[in-house]
Design a protein around this ligand. Structure first.
Ligand code: TYM
Length: 316
């Protein structure tokens, strides 16, 4: 059977939160059987944020465990880290030579940094180019992501089109797969849940943290429905179930938060237990990553041979 190619990635810049899970990771698992999948640990992207080797090492291993705990099956899918396949950075350089500075200046992450008067590193500026290389190297058809990555997938398409125009048909044009209802999961303050906003609930949170975090959700309400509580609750129960509950408990914020706490605990507890079991065998996790790197590298190498041929540097 013909299967489409799927690739997605997560930065090991901290522990994944429920925004990462519902916005992207859940789709990884649901789409895993019907696609040829590549799931990547974007450690070179994380290098923009994590510059402590000990933390980087821990984060990479933790993220590999997280991927396995949510149900990524390494016998079906290729689970690997970006830094194991040097073709990613090589291809990013080649792309750097065909795209312009004004084009990349329009990227959201760079514009945000400039707006906040941060001195952006070249790595942050080039972030979308490396991501385009991640995607295009494997002839990816579909990229499941949250809404914040939509522009990056569009940039990958633009780069593929431009390369194909200059050098002839080489790269497939990928499409983003974004689930409308969970495209932007809100954090406990109602803004987008994000590691950098300090408003997250971790995917593998302990019960006591879940209790504390749910109680601290900001309750701005209309007609007795605390919007932020409801928006997070929607991730764990159907809207028809919630309609009844929120009608019965209108205005009773404490009770609604207790109900959310209970639902969240019920959902997270088995994932957390599964994670603990996997974390007990780090040697196996490292072996999975190593194997995944080898498999990804072989595929990437073939593609790079073709790219080098197209650009005229392959002489023997
Ligand atoms: P990262 O690590 O920031 O986030 C991982 C995934 O989680 C999604 N996400 C969310 N979805 C809904 N609501 C939220 N509040 C929320 N917060 C995060 C992100 O959209 C993402 O899908 N650049 C990527 C990593 C990457 C990548 C790639 C992804 C590198 N190369 C190639 C796809 C393909 C990133 O920073 O993800």
């Amino acid at each position: 059977m013909f299967k489409k190619i799927l690739l997605s990635g997560i930065k090991p810049s901290g522990r994944p939160h429920i925004g990462n899970y519902f916005g992207a990771m859940k789709q990884f698992v649901e789409m895993q059987t019907a696609h040829h999948c590549f799931f990547m640990i974007a450690d070179y992207h994380a290098l923009n944020i994590i510059q402590d080797p000990k933390v980087m090492r821990e984060n990479i291993i933790n993220l590999a465990i997280d991927y396995l705990a949510i149900g990524i099956d390494p016998t079906q899918s290729i689970l690997f880290k970006q830094s194991d396949v040097s073709a990613h950075t090589e291809l990013a350089w080649i792309f750097d030579t065909i795209i312009t500075v004004p084009y990349l200046e329009r990227a959201h992450a760079y514009k945000d940094a400039v707006a906040k008067k941060k001195e952006a590193s070249v790595g942050l500026f080039n972030y979308p180019v490396l991501m385009a290389a991640d995607i295009l190297l494997y002839d990816t058809d579909v990229v499941p992501v949250g809404a914040d990555q939509k522009q990056h997938v569009e940039i990958a398409r633009d780069i593929a089109e431009k390369f194909n125009r200059i050098y002839g048909e080489t790269f497939k044009l990928p499409v983003a797969h974004i689930m409308k209802e969970v495209a932007v999961v809100p954090g406990i303050d109602g803004q987008k849940m994000s590691k950098s906003y300090g408003n997250t609930i971790l995917l593998f949170a302990e019960d006591s943290d879940i209790e504390k975090l749910v109680m601290s959700i900001v309750t701005d309400s209309s007609a007795g429905v605390p919007k932020n509580v409801y928006e997070i609750h929607k991730l764990f129960r159907t809207e028809s179930e919630l309609a009844k509950l929120y009608e019965e408990k209108a205005g009773k914020y404490k009770e609604l938060k207790d109900a959310l706490t209970a639902d969240m605990k019920k959902f997270i507890a088995p994932l957390r237990e599964k994670r603990k079991a996997i974390a007990g065998d780090t040697a196996r996790v490292l072996q999975i990553l190593k194997d995944g790197g080898e498999r990804a590298r072989a595929i990437a190498q073939t593609k790079m041979e073709m790219v080098r041929e197209k650009i005229g540097v392959k002489l023997y």
